[in-house]
Design a protein around this ligand. Structure first.
Ligand SMILES: NC(=O)c1ccc[n+]([C@@H]2O[C@H](COP(=O)([O-])OP(=O)(O)OC[C@H]3O[C@@H](n4cnc5c(N)ncnc54)[C@H](OP(=O)(O)O)[C@@H]3O)[C@@H](O)[C@H]2O)c1
Length: 235
């Protein structure tokens, strides 16, 4: 069980549920988010407007004072006012692709770079980066969602690469990407109507599942893409 957890992109519906669940289990909770702190949460909260790498670095330094044993990165965008995921390559827009790569890969990459020293020095530290099964190249049977799929596939490579580098210096660390399962949040909201019965989880259920995955992590699985039940998914 985590004694101290840091949640980055922590205003995400899943991130908030993980924060609440961890808090209820007695863990110290720290959050980094673009959003301002809620009035009352009892959590350490660091607002990062993502304006510069220096400001992100400063937020992370402050959050690491709580010595988290678990770090969860939640940042991820599937759709926004600028556009929905592409059904066909004819809808691919290079500005939207660049934006998805930025929020889904560049931001997590910057955060992980800032965390590198900490990850190499903290025994048994665990990092869960929220990815998506649709980022699996092997598993892709349907196509579509070009920008999101490409960005999550790149995120999986980022984490695999980092796990190898950290392992050389801290063999007890475990850094994975995780598919949280389809969860009722603003991200999945436009796509929920066609889901098979029982496939949609609440954010609270997903948080429970992810914290269970966290508790089962061992250094041997570092670098893997895991499903919400802890099983290994193909890249
Ligand atoms: N919901 C699902 O069914 C589902 C399925 C598969 C994978 N996932 C993944 O799970 C993670 C959390 O998703 P969610 O459902 O909780 O989504 P959500 O509530 O929409 O949260 C979105 C997250 O992305 C961050 N974000 C939004 N715009 C951003 C930008 N322009 N630059 C950087 N960060 C930005 C937010 O950070 P702030 O705290 O800074 O606002 C927040 O952490 C995502 O990585 C998503 O891809 C979700």
């Amino acid at each position: 069980m985590s004694q101290s957890i840091l949640i980055m992109g922590g205003s995400s519906a899943i991130g908030q549920a993980i924060a609440r669940d961890s808090s209820a289990r007695g863990a110290v909770v720290s959050v980094i988010s673009r959003q301002p702190a809620p009035l009352e949460s009892g959590w350490f909260w660091y607002q990062d407007a993502l304006q510069s790498e220096a400001s992100s670095e400063q937020c992370i330094e402050q959050a690491l004072v709580q010595q988290p044993d678990t770090i969860v990165i939640c940042n991820g965008v599937l759709h926004d006012e600028a556009g929905m995921p592409e059904k066909t390559i004819r809808h691919l827009d290079s500005a939207q692709l660049a934006q998805r790569l930025h929020s889904n890969v560049v931001i997590p990459a910057q955060y992980l770079r800032c965390l590198f020293r900490y990850l190499t020095r903290t025994p048994e530290v665990k990092v869960l980066v929220l990815s998506a099964k649709v980022g699996s190249i092997t598993d892709n049977q349907l196509g579509g969602w070009y920008s999101y799929r490409m960005s999550k596939a790149a995120l999986n490579m980022l984490v695999k690469n980092l796990s190898l580098e950290v392992r050389r210096l801290n063999p007890s660390a475990c850094i994975v990407t995780v598919h949280p399962g389809t969860t009722d949040t603003p991200l999945s909201e436009p796509f929920q109507s066609n889901l098979p019965q029982g496939q949609l989880q609440t954010a609270a259920q997903t948080a429970q599942r992810l914290l269970k995955v966290r508790d089962g992590l061992t250094p041997e699985v570092s670098g893997a893409l895991l499903n919400w039940d802890g099983s290994v998914l193909p890249f």
